[in-house]
Design a protein around this ligand. Structure first.
Ligand SMILES: [Zn+2]
Length: 287
């Protein structure tokens, strides 16, 4: 079993709001992977006195603990319990009803002798590498299916010159629209892990026979932009790069692509640099 995890903040002056951890249980044949991408509140106002890194650290470590020690609980139930216990940790000090209460995207994977289970919530990506080398991306595509008026504003943002006042105004309008759809009732929007445990049931979940897989790679969107934004290669090429040269090499290439297009003129994106994390598990052949 080999793990290779690399993470880097988008801005060296700010803490990284991503979380990644991999564990091998002390007993039994298997392990688990957790990766979260904390959502940065646009105005820094989230009703919480702890901050996003505190939240992702609590939620991620609780989820990893439950996934490894409560193997009878499915990953959805592990996430339900992790959200509830993290909320309980700050409900007396913080306003958890605030619409921007700390929240995160979630990837979880757990493997044993027979199967690999997965859970994907919001826009982080989990790549499954098959025993024959094919790569299957597991995505929660709700963010790509936003209502038409939001998609229209996003197109306007992309068409306006980066750095202009019009671009900034359109981008603020887009962020407002997206915020209104996050964890909103009615099923029109998308979901992140915040303070409501029932959101765990919205995650994309499934399992794959253990013998069919040889690798797992979880990416926050700051790292998956290698494929999704800069189009430096498809998912299989991305996974091949990480397998051969390491997770750090992926982040180095992302930073180089960002620096070559600092205003987002060629490759439109929300932030020039974003927190970027990649967590790779090289699964040994099952016994
Ligand atoms: Zn708090």
């Amino acid at each position: 079993m080999r793990f290779d995890v690399a993470g880097e903040p988008g801005d060296p002056a700010r803490p990284n709001e991503d979380y990644a951890a991999v564990a091998l249980p002390a007993s039994g044949a298997g392990g688990a992977l957790v990766l979260l991408d904390g959502v940065t509140p646009p105005a820094g106002d989230d009703g919480c006195q702890h901050g996003v890194p505190w939240f992702t650290g609590r939620l991620g470590s609780r989820l990893l603990q439950l996934a490894t020690t409560q193997r009878d609980l499915c990953l959805t139930d592990c996430l339900t319990e992790a959200i509830a216990s993290t909320a309980a940790d700050h409900q007396t000090d913080c306003d958890l009803s605030h619409p921007r209460t700390p929240q995160a995207t979630v990837i979880a994977a757990r493997w044993g002798e027979q199967a690999v289970e997965h859970l994907v919530l919001s826009d982080s990506v989990l790549l499954l590498e098959s025993a024959s080398g094919e790569v299957l991306p597991l995505l929660d595509t709700r963010l790509d299916r936003l209502p038409r008026q939001v998609a229209r504003i996003r197109e306007q943002v992309r068409a306006l010159p980066a750095g202009s006042a019009e671009h900034a105004a359109a981008r603020r309008a887009y962020v407002r629209e997206v915020e209104a759809l996050r964890n909103a009732p009615g099923g029109q929007g998308f979901y992140t892990a915040a303070a409501d445990p029932t959101v765990a049931t919205k995650a994309v979940t499934g399992h794959t026979p253990r013998a069919d897989l040889r690798g797992l790679l979880a990416l926050t969107d700051g790292a998956s932009r290698w494929t999704e934004t800069f189009r430096l290669g498809d998912w299989a090429s991305l996974l091949s790069l990480v397998r051969k040269e390491g997770s750090e090499a992926l982040l180095t290439q992302v930073r180089a692509a960002e620096s070559a297009d600092p205003d987002g003129a060629a490759f439109p994106r929300g932030k020039c640099h974003d927190d970027a994390t990649a967590a790779f598990v090289d699964l040994p052949a099952p016994r």
